[in-house]
Design a protein around this ligand. Structure first.
Ligand SMILES: CC(C)(COP(=O)(O)OP(=O)(O)OC[C@H]1O[C@@H](n2cnc3c(N)ncnc32)[C@H](O)[C@@H]1OP(=O)(O)O)[C@@H](O)C(=O)NCCC(=O)NCCS
Length: 151
């Protein structure tokens, strides 16, 4: 089941993200960041446990970002990643975002959903504010992809 996250899910979301972050597959998130951005998050639930998450974050008047996509190893390959992306894209449409971007180490996964690779310079300066606090800055290998959902 895919649903919006609640406060009770935050610790499971953090455990999921930070387990992959330890393997250098995605960026770690602090509890503070997760609580403050709780309303961005969708979760996938199986047997009352959080096994997946993704966040849709509004960046600017026509731009949103999909962040922190993760599906637990045991639950991968069952379509949950796709359902989480679909939930974020539907929400973006409802909110009126026209362009969705991702910064990812898994470009091929996002290309399946119509995202196209773009140069980092195509994205507004504002989004790099978060990167300055990242331990990987400025040698980040993340790839930027963009999907236009409305003109
Ligand atoms: C990437 C990830 C979210 C995929 O989740 P998932 O639930 O296994 O994905 P799904 O089962 O919904 O797969 C949907 C489609 O994407 C494909 N796919 C899955 N992982 C892929 C990858 N790494 N690269 C390319 N395609 C991939 C599947 O084969 C499937 O294709 P199909 O519809 O043609 O059958 C999951 O592997 C994960 O959490 N990885 C670790 C964290 C991570 O890398 N997050 C990415 C954000 S930086």
């Amino acid at each position: 089941m895919i649903r919006k996250a609640g406060i009770k899910d935050i610790k499971q979301i953090q455990a999921l993200i930070n387990a992959f972050a330890k393997q250098d597959l995605m960026l770690a998130r602090s509890l503070n960041e997760l609580y403050e951005n709780l309303r961005d998050f969708w979760v996938a639930e199986e047997n009352h446990k959080v096994v997946g998450c993704a966040a849709l974050h509004i960046s600017w008047d026509d731009l949103a970002e999909i962040k922190s996509l993760a599906v637990a190893k045991k639950s991968q390959g069952k379509g949950l990643g796709k359902e989480l992306i679909d939930a974020c894209l539907s929400e973006a449409e409802v909110l009126g975002a026209k362009k969705i971007f991702v910064l990812t180490y898994k470009p091929d996964f996002f290309k399946k959903f119509g995202f196209k690779r773009v140069g980092h310079a195509r994205l507004p300066h504002k989004i790099w504010a978060e990167c300055i606090n990242c331990c990987k800055f400025p040698d980040c290998q993340e790839i930027a992809l963009l999907k236009i959902i409305a003109k």
